[in-house]
Design a protein around this ligand. Structure first.
Ligand code: NCD
Ligand code: ZN
Length: 343
């Protein structure tokens, strides 16, 4: 049987929620990843160090006793964030980054930033304290076509941010387009990007052809095939600017299979297996370890993990749901075959 052993990986973009859903999803991540960058878009959002410490504790409580997992905390940047809070966060050794959501761009982004230029003093503080900025790179402009919102964000905001804050480390989260890949490639070493498994494996036909499939609906929305090919090329290139961030975003099934379904794909149940499939299809399994285990840690200036995980090429069927009753979650590729399995 074909096997692949890599250094223990990190998930550099993860939603684990809180309460009951956290208990269902966290073990899925902890069995594969040593660490994950935890997104702060709870209700209410995690905006202070004190809130992040409480949330971190709740996450640690959900780690099964036989697993070793470290949540890496982030804070939600709002127009009410102060320079002092950024200083406190930077000194804490707990907060790894701040997350910028344009107001209205995605799930739980109501508290996001409406006027990005107005928070430039906060970006200056992040740059000064050397804390990375994680960006949901889409405009929330109703007049902008949903398939163009990432490119519009780059042209309108990101290009200017990069020029104004040349030392600020920025992760363009979950890139989905050729334009975003090119932007990151051409920018300086302070600019990197995460790529999700769904954007590597699927194009928009998976979401829209032959019936609408809400479990493929996430933001930024899955694009056409040419963009998917650009993402695969970037992820498998060995360029350290591109690293693993699942954006696994669980929503209970009833809120996905709904007249107004929530955005977010649940991929944590099989994250590495999904990436292995994408890299295998591209005949680039030798590039998976850098993408999954080294480049993210290096960008965040964290030590690389010790230990390894092993995958084997061994087909299995993904369950139809995880979790109990009305809080159950439908995973990506539910009832479908995956060809790689974590040992
Ligand atoms: C995420 C969520 O549900 O929290 N949804 C998504 O579609 N990716 C938010 C986000 O990362 O945009
Ligand atoms: Zn996300």
């Amino acid at each position: 049987m074909k096997t692949l052993t890599i250094n223990r990986p990190d998930d550099c973009h993860l939603h684990v929620r809180n309460g009951e859903i956290l208990k269902t999803v966290l073990p899925h991540t902890a069995r594969q990843f040593a660490r994950a960058i935890i997104m702060p878009n709870l209700k209410p959002p995690v905006t202070t160090l004190a809130q992040a410490l409480t949330y971190r504790e709740e996450i640690l409580q959900a780690v099964p006793g036989d697993m070793d997992f470290t949540p890496l905390m982030t804070l939600y940047l709002t127009s009410a964030t102060t320079v002092d809070e950024i200083k406190t966060a930077a000194a804490s050794n707990i907060i790894q980054a701040f997350k910028l959501y344009p107001a209205g761009a995605t799930t739980n982004s109501d508290s996001g930033v409406a006027d990005i230029k107005a928070i430039y003093p906060l970006l200056a503080a992040l740059e000064h304290h050397d804390l990375p900025l994680l960006v949901h790179g889409e405009v929330a402009d109703e007049a902008c076509d949903i398939f163009d919102r990432e490119k519009m964000f780059i042209d309108t905001y990101l290009a200017d941010m990069v020029v104004n804050f040349p030392s600020l480390r920025i992760v363009v989260e979950h890139v989905t387009t050729t334009e975003a890949v090119q932007f990151v490639q051409n920018a300086g070493a302070t600019i990197a990007a995460t790529i999700t498994p769904q954007h590597l494996l699927f194009n928009r036909n998976a979401l829209l052809a032959g019936g609408i499939k809400p479990h493929y609906y996430c933001l930024p929305i899955i694009k056409r095939e040419s963009h998917r090919l650009s993402l695969v090329a970037a992820a498998t290139s060995g360029n350290p600017k591109f690293f693993l961030g699942t954006d696994s975003a669980p929503h209970q099934t009833s809120l996905k299979e709904n007249a107004c379904g929530c955005a977010g794909c649940y991929s944590a149940h099989a994250a590495l297996e999904l990436y292995a499939e994408a890299f295998d299809q591209a005949e680039a399994l030798d590039k998976l370890e850098g993408f999954a285990s080294f480049y993210g840690a290096d960008f965040y200036r964290l030590p690389r993990n010790s230990g390894t995980v092993t995958l084997e090429k061994n087909a299995w069927t993904v369950p139809s749901i995880y979790g109990e009753a009305d809080l159950s979650i439908t995973p990506l590729k539910a009832n479908d075959t995956l060809f790689w399995k974590l040992v």
